[in-house]
Design a protein around this ligand. Sequence first.
Ligand code: FAD
Ligand code: FMN
Length: 459
Amino acid sequence: MMSGISNLRLIGAALATALYLLLLVTTVWRVRREARRREHEAAELAMSVGDSASWLVVYASQTGTAEELARRTANALHTVGLSAQLISIEQLDAATLRHTTRALFVASTTGEGDPPDGGALFMRRVMDAPHALGGLQYGVLALGDRDYRNFCAFGRTLDEWLHTQGATRLFTRVEASNTDPAALSQWRTHLMDITGTDELPEWLPPRFDEWQLVQRELLNPGSAGAPMYDLRLAPADHSARPDWQAGDLAQITPPGDESRPRDFSIASLPSEGHLRLLVRVAQRDDGSQGLCSGWLCTQLALGDAVPLRVRSNRSFRQGDNAPRPWILIGNGTGIAGLRAHLQARAQQSDTRNWLLFGERNAAYDAVLDAELQVWEQNGVLTSLDRVYSRDPPRRVYVQDRLRECAVELRQWVDEGAAIYVCGSLDGMGSGVAAVLEEVLGTHTLAELLANGRYRRDVY
Ligand SMILES: Cc1cc2nc3c(=O)[nH]c(=O)nc-3n(C[C@H](O)[C@H](O)[C@H](O)COP(=O)(O)OP(=O)(O)OC[C@H]3O[C@@H](n4cnc5c(N)ncnc54)[C@H](O)[C@@H]3O)c2cc1C
Ligand SMILES: Cc1cc2nc3c(=O)[nH]c(=O)nc-3n(C[C@H](O)[C@H](O)[C@H](O)COP(=O)(O)O)c2cc1C
């Protein structure tokens, strides 16, 4: 009997070792395949941009606006018969840049004057060292918002850096606050000048469709924080079949401030039959309600029209992370973006997901509690860590819990985990980034970012 058990143990140990080796081999194979793919893409890119008739259109974008404008720029060049290659800034290496003769950069700024994630990688990998760019002619469209202290900081840094490396400006940098139409029209005029054409199509403002509010529910009655609402919307045109992916954003123009649409993380998938948003009523310094959130949550009636467009937000999508374990981290309304991902993960087989979520009080702020519990019971959530900063015995924020879980965090990342962070930039986003750097090291975190394994939707 005893020898039967020890035989079984031996077989078990052998199987575990074999599985471990298999995992190791497939991981090494995947990493090598990815490296080969990148080398191949870089070589192709270097060849195509060496062609003096072609343009390289580069975007540095966090939430997709710069990407959208760069795509429009490349399309505009195509319409007048020019060849233009569109790439994200993290795909641009020093060799490609040295071989490029004409480039247009559309670069946004995020955080507190920070580059978008892809821009940060470009700064580390390329801008760190001097390069001879005497053969390059370029133009920069810097996107930002004048309400921020460091207006267009990254676009300005990029422009100055290119100039210092010997590259020639084709025109003075264009700076756009909130995609100001006058600035975009100036960009278009420059494009016509440098390409010698007067045929470039007009830049039409993005189209907002009419949606309707179909359901609204207060999620945190009694909360010490501002009210958070669960809103469900559907297209007014019932035959429309809007499409999006987990990680994408809904942009809404509130009445009274049409020139500055507000973004919201989409909390649902199209297959659920509605577009769901979790909106907190913003409070201004003078105590009044935020314009858009106040309107959506307290003024709009069921059935009322909402001008809305869905924006793809590639930097927070699933990408090729489906087979990996996921660590999802967020606070407050950040649960919206994480929920859409969890819903997608629930429909995939064999996933491991660890959710760390922070709010104020368990009694009032356990938002989406029933759904999270179901996911915990049926195994979609391997681990559910909720922390409440206002509950005794002590103030614990999500970044504190992450630090307490340093061993598990390292283990998950060693096993290939991807990290998704959604919610406030101040406090949570920056605090989580600091703990990740402290626990995993600057190099590993930069690698995770470079490989799309560290993704953020923080605002
Ligand atoms: C990528 C992204 C995703 C987001 N996802 C979500 C989400 O899922 N859920 C969510 O609730 N929010 C989300 N937001 C935030 C959202 O877009 C809005 O910023 C938020 O709802 C506040 O907008 P508002 O119009 O209500 O407030 P506003 O009226 O714009 O006021 C907001 C702040 O601006 C200042 N301000 C502006 N105008 C005045 C004025 N006249 N007087 C005084 N102060 C003023 C104040 O500091 C005020 O607190 C997201 C933002 C981004 C960028
Ligand atoms: C969280 C956040 C932080 C931002 N910080 C700045 C900033 O420091 N300076 C600035 O000029 N614009 C700032 N902006 C405005 C963006 O640059 C602007 O909205 C831009 O159009 C976004 O482009 P993207 O979608 O390509 O990232 C910020 C926007 C967000 C959402």
